[in-house]
Design a protein around this ligand. Structure first.
Ligand code: ADP
Ligand code: MG
Length: 293
């Protein structure tokens, strides 16, 4: 990383004034940042404590940054600068003012099929684009999907995938133990694989299925009353989820078919990103294409 010219060796505060905290993840804390040279520009400043990463991860970070720069898409947050200074690795990102997808779902209890379709198509576009560039996210969950702007504003319905750069560096062990109490999105093959790279992009499609389930139902497919992670993992490995009445009664068969297609334990049988776009649930809607515009 030290030899990477695209990483600035100075304090981020020499370029940005840090403002309020926007969020926190397993590795990072994110603040609002205002560009000192032009106060009309605000961004998101993600501060990663280097001590949270292993030595190999630091090496891989270099490769990952190049990848992140390649993966540019209207539904993926832009990366502006990176800083490495005083044991802190800092990424300056496009600011998403609309908050986490999860919070909006909770607020509305659940999405209508129309809302879910609009939101979900963008998530699949973003992930499809990552996959085309050989980037597997592996840590897809509503906390990592952000709204570009507040509801009701022109960009209020635009979804941005955040936090994909580091995900492919994380070993399964790490991923599972640091998921911040939300283990419900992990794909079954990750739980059964004993090697670090024993699974591919299909795991993101499983997670998308879990996200679509939550959008439509307003609650997660895998759940344990005592909060036992082991119990949840057992359900995931068995693909043991249901479309419970009365919550699912109003949901169309076409929508359910996409959920079932994605939440298929056998990776070879699982629905792909192309399959999602070809499904009657998406393709029959004339407004579904180019949703990110
Ligand atoms: P981690 O890698 O530790 O999970 P994230 O990149 O997911 O860190 O950031 C943690 C939280 O910070 C997110 O869940 C979100 O609430 C907030 N956040 C991250 N990136 C942005 C952004 N570009 N704009 C606004 N908020 C953000
Ligand atoms: Mg995150």
């Amino acid at each position: 990383l030290a030899g990477d010219e695209s990483v600035l060796k100075k304090d981020v505060k020499s370029m940005y004034k840090l403002g309020r905290k926007l969020g926190k993840g397993a590795y990072a804390v994110v603040h609002r940042g205002t560009l000192l040279s032009d106060k009309s520009i605000t961004r998101a400043v993600k501060i990663i404590d280097e001590r949270a990463l292993g030595h190999e991860d630091i090496e891989a970070l270099h490769v990952e940054l190049q990848t992140m720069r390649k993966v540019q898409h209207p539904n993926i947050v832009d990366l502006y600068e990176c800083f490495l200074h005083a044991d802190k690795f800092v990424m300056v990102l496009e600011l998403c003012k609309g908050g986490e997808l999860f919070d909006r779902v909770v607020e509305k209890e659940h999405y209508s099929e129309r809302e879910a379709r609009f939101c979900f198509s963008q998530c699949v576009e973003a992930i499809g684009h990552c996959h085309e560039h050989g980037v597997v996210h592996r840590d897809l969950k509503p906390e990592n999907l952000l709204y570009a702007d507040a509801e009701g504003t022109p960009n209020g319905d635009v979804i941005k995938l955040a936090d994909f750069g580091l995900a492919s560096l994380i070993t399964p062990d790490h991923l599972l133990t640091t998921s911040c109490g939300t283990p419900g999105y992990v794909a079954p093959e990750i739980l059964t694989s004993d090697s670090t790279h024993g699974y591919g992009k299909e795991c993101d499609l499983w997670s998308l299925g879990v996200i679509l389930y939550i959008l439509l139902a307003g609650y997660p497919p895998f759940y344990d009353e005592d909060g036992s992670t082991a119990a949840i993992f057992k359900q995931i490995k068995a693909g043991a989820y249901e479309f419970q009445a009365p919550y699912w009664d109003p949901v169309s068969q076409q929508a359910r078919a996409v959920v079932s297609g994605l939440m298929t334990v056998d990776v070879k049988e699982r629905m792909t990103a192309e399959g999602v776009f070809a499904s009657p649930w998406i393709s029959s809607d004339e407004h579904a294409s180019s949703v990110h515009l």
